[in-house]
Design a protein around this ligand. Structure first.
Ligand code: XMP
Length: 516
């Protein structure tokens, strides 16, 4: 990855902790750019970042076990500060001549930290005593030469250690988790007091750098970008447009499977407000015809994916000579993590922007290094409207996976109307931003109801609302009864043919977020 020369950065080496990404988020929240690497990543890739400090994550192994991840030699050779967390601390101790051994009991959960050296730059401005989160089986029994104890807990006499001259530090607890309330201050102390960084990496500095990079890559050639209506592609388009203006053409394919009113909103935002050249294709008929009679969700996904590529390609060919495809790939899509196999990505089935082999386009992926919340901050700084920047994620195959059973134009209209009510009521109640994803699902069953004087069989709509940070696990949202009541009453009154509304109270796992 190309780096701006002036950018201050920190490298985080991942030894398999479930919290590694969280460390990266915390560093970024301190406005310091960082990247996460697997512990065994090639030295030259890590050093290309020109790190001004290293953070070594935790991990499940024991340093004295055969085959356990080791501390790469280049880390200490750089002469820059190092902060080892949990396993990272044990690695430092082990590598520098200390002794690490199994603790008599595994320590997991809250502990009270007593700082024994308040003059250490790591603990500047912090109280003498504070709650921290522990999760370890091994502990340090003897410090490496030159190190001193900085803090202790009842079970860990060496809960923090440091060598101030060499600027090497270790923490037995996890400063990155919310259960260590002052953890962010400890991380900031490491970044600012120990590494001497300034915390200047913001949305606007990112935009400036990204614009320079995009201009250098694209030159005077042309770029195409597929807009989906979602935040990632929207921010990508706005950023590339800021960099190369009219050399960018966006293509928006209306599959007929989007939320109510969304196609018009995309066209208005990008064409009118942002002044972007936008080709909007109404392909609803084509998609619906291809889906007629299809019930199997995987088959729906495949049909929509293939059709999308064909429609996109057809439109892209009409544009003449194009050399680049801008895509909204974000950091969680590409992050390499020691604790998670590469294949486990959310967007594997994302089909917006895929193109056939024979159209050879070079990729422009300006958001590759950003987390979702950072993408949103950049979107706001670029002046995109709130509804787009804060929009919940939406599956590529759209409402087709939220219509259980056959997708027909009538069923799409029914679902769109019910879904619009769910979102409207959540917004009105201030719950939209408190949920990560919320929507209506149309079920393939009919249920009896009383309509006027008679009995009628109507559609059943399920309402789904979840909270989650990473979409890998999710909890059903505890929406207030009054909000659910308003949603239900309005759907039954306003959406023709629906006589029953149910709320989905399943967590993920075992249930997924989508129904199909
Ligand atoms: P699940 O249903 O697997 O969803 O819990 C996790 C996240 O992925 C989205 N999702 C999809 N996105 N194409 C997509 O682009 C799909 O086929 C698809 N299926 C699920 C889902 O909306 C949620 O954000």
């Amino acid at each position: 990855m190309q780096q701006a020369a002036s950018r201050e950065a920190v490298a985080i080496l991942d030894f398999g902790s479930q919290y590694s990404q969280l460390i990266a988020r915390r560093v970024r929240e301190a406005k310091v750019y960082c990247e996460l690497f697997r512990w065994d990543a090639p030295a030259q890739r890590v050093l290309a970042l020109r790190p001004r400090g290293f953070i070594l994550s935790g991990g499940p192994a024991s340093v004295y076990e055969k085959g356990a991840p080791t501390l790469p030699d280049y880390v200490l050779r750089q002469g820059v500060p190092v902060l080892g967390i949990c396993y990272g601390m044990q690695l430092l101790a082990h590598a520098l001549g200390g002794r690490v051994a199994p603790a008599s009991e595994r320590e997991y959960g809250p502990a009270e930290l007593a700082v024994t050296d308040l003059s250490s730059p790591l603990f500047t401005g912090l109280p003498f005593s504070m709650p921290v989160w522990m999760s370890h089986g091994d502990r340090i029994e003897a410090l490496p030469p030159g190190f001193v104890v900085l803090a202790a807990t009842a079970n860990s006499p060496i809960a923090a250690m440091g060598h101030s001259q060499r600027r090497l530090y270790g923490l037995q607890f996890h400063p990155e988790v919310v259960h260590t309330p002052q953890g962010q201050q400890i991380i900031r102390n490491f970044l600012f007091n120990v590494c001497g960084l300034h915390g200047t990496w913001t949305a606007s500095s990112f935009i400036e750098e990204a614009v320079t990079r995009i201009r250098a890559q694209v030159g005077d050639r042309r770029v195409v970008c597929g807009l989906s209506g979602g935040v990632d592609s929207a921010v990508t388009a706005a950023l590339v447009h800021r960099a190369v203006g009219d050399q960018l053409t966006c293509i928006f394919v209306d599959t007929g499977l989007l939320r109510q009113g969304e196609p018009q909103q995309v066209v208005d935002t990008f064409r009118r407000e942002q002044g972007i050249t936008l080709v909007a294709v109404d392909a609803a008929q084509e998609f619906l015809a291809a889906l007629a009679g299809v019930i199997d969700p995987e088959q729906k996904r495949r049909i929509i994916g293939e059709k999308f590529v064909r429609v996109f390609e057809r439109e892209a060919r009409k544009l003449g000579q194009i050399d680049f495809l801008a895509q909204g790939t974000i950091y969680p899509d590409v992050i390499e993590s020691a604790g998670r196999p590469h294949a486990q990505r959310i967007k594997t089935h994302h089909n917006v922007g895929g193109l056939p082999e024979d159209i050879r386009l070079e990729l422009v992926e300006p958001l590759r290094e950003l987390f979702k919340d950072e993408v949103r901050a950049v979107g706001e700084a670029l002046g995109l409207p709130e509804e787009i920047v804060w929009r919940h994620p939406f599956p590529g195959p759209g409402l087709a996976v939220r219509i259980v059973g056959e997708v027909t134009p009538e069923r799409v209209r029914t679902l769109q109307a019910a879904d619009a009510i769910v979102l409207e009521e959540l917004r009105a109640a201030g719950w939209y931003r408190r949920t990560a994803q919320a929507f209506a699902v149309l079920l393939p069953v009919r249920s009896v109801g009383v309509m006027g004087d008679g009995r009628a069989y109507g559609h059943v709509v399920a309402v789904r609302a979840v909270t989650t940070d990473d979409f890998m696990t999710a909890s059903w949202a505890r929406l207030p009864y009054e909000v659910l009541a308003r949603i239900s009453t309005r759907i039954v009154n306003e959406v023709a043919g629906v006589s029953r509304v149910v709320y989905d109270v399943s967590d993920k796992p075992p249930a997924t977020i989508e129904w199909e």
